[in-house]
Design a protein around this ligand. Structure first.
Ligand code: PLP
Length: 357
């Protein structure tokens, strides 16, 4: 069977060359005579794989020395708990509620701190990023944002200025898709299965002066300072996921890095949105100003027609286009690994589908 264009929101498409290389190295990884899955996580061979992944992420995001870079267990969702467990001091945290994951992060934080939802677009089905200006407290331990809203297809165009309060970002669905100035943030975390690698791990980038204040009840695996001291290896890490992340990061460097892939991402999104804006059948759901470059949400307005579209697209090798149930319709997730040709194929198919109505 031929490979399809996979528009899944996560886990998502990986670069073919990465999968082929992993296949080649499956039974004998970097001259070790064994698969990475069979290696001791304490072995020099594995240590090199880990160090390589961290170094590449540092290079790609220009992460300064005063930030720790860690691989954590449990994806982004476990970091929803880790954030308040590591950063609570006064007991107030500001959350900007820009989507389902942003909301779930605030609900999880309630167990450990007092999360205040300072701005929300929930009542408008998260079609835009709510305005936080003038609403942030100088006494908050941190301000939490979600830079790209995977389900609703929106993106922060501008970052909040939080003064001396650390800005914490869930970047799961747009990390490495556009340059960010890491020094604007106290902490950045991302589940890796969207733009970095396979599922089951998270990357964490945290300013070192914020480390060392974990709550007494914080599980040791979620204690950022302890993980930093132990090189993300308090216990056995997800070695396979971290290995694949390293390969994907190397691939991204071969593409010219974040600055180069951003240009491609802008072109991909433009192709799709330009067509959606002129189409008489399809309509984009996110407000224009806040459109995501990673997750493009759209509807026909007729649920049956949406289902028919998803079905016919699948038959044409364009898969996983069904939208999340809270938005309905369709969502095309076009992360870094989705080639321009994939979006071209989608737009060509959509035009044909529209012409046949
Ligand atoms: C997918 C996603 C999550 C959840 O990630 P897991 O790794 O499954 O926990 C959290 N936040 C955002 C923005 C996401 O896109």
């Amino acid at each position: 069977m031929e490979r399809v264009f996979n528009f899944a929101p996560g886990p998502s498409a990986l670069p073919l060359s990465v999968l082929e290389r992993a296949q080649q190295e499956m039974t004998c990884c970097s001259g070790s005579g064994m698969s990475v899955m069979e290696m001791s996580h304490r072995s020099p061979a594995y240590q090199q794989i880990y160090d390589n992944a961290v170094a590449r992420l540092r290079e790609l995001m220009h992460i300064p020395e005063e930030y720790a870079v860690l691989f954590m267990h449990g994806g982004a969702t476990l970091e929803f708990a880790a954030v308040p467990l590591n950063l609570t001091r006064n007991g107030r945290a500001d959350y900007i509620d820009s989507g389902n994951f942003a909301h779930v992060a605030a609900v999880e934080a309630q167990k450990y701190t007092n999360p205040v939802i300072v701005a929300s677009s929930r009542e408008d089905n998260y079609a835009y990023i709510p305005d936080w200006r003038g609403k942030l407290s100088p006494d908050a331990d941190y301000v939490h944002i979600t830079t790209n809203n995977t389900i609703y297809g929106t993106r922060y165009v501008e970052l909040p200025d939080t003064g001396s309060v650390p800005l914490v970002a869930d970047m799961s669905s747009n990390i490495l898709s556009e340059p960010y100035d890491v020094t604007r943030f106290g902490a950045i975390y991302a589940g890796v299965q969207k733009n970095i690698g396979p599922s089951g791990a998270a990357v964490l980038i945290v300013r070192r002066d914020l480390l060392g204040h974990a709550a007494p009840v914080c599980p040791k695996l979620l204690d950022w300072a302890l993980q930093d001291k132990n090189g993300s290896m308090i216990n056995t890490p997800n070695t396979w996921a971290i290995y694949l992340c390293g390969l994907c990061l190397e691939w991204l460097q071969e593409q010219g890095g974040v600055e180069a892939i951003e240009k491609v991402n802008i072109e991909k999104a433009k192709l799709l949105y330009d067509y959606l804006d002129e189409s008489r059948l399809f309509r984009p759901t996110a407000q224009k100003e806040f459109r995501s470059r990673m997750n493009v949400t759209f509807v026909t307005g007729d649920a049956e027609l949406d289902a028919q579209f998803v079905k016919e697209a699948k038959a044409a090798g364009l898969v996983n286009l069904k939208g999340h149930r809270s938005v309905g319709g369709m969502r095309a997730s076009i992360y870094n690994a989705m080639p321009f040709e994939g979006v071209q194929a989608l737009v060509t198919f959509m035009k044909r589908f529209e012409a046949a109505r």
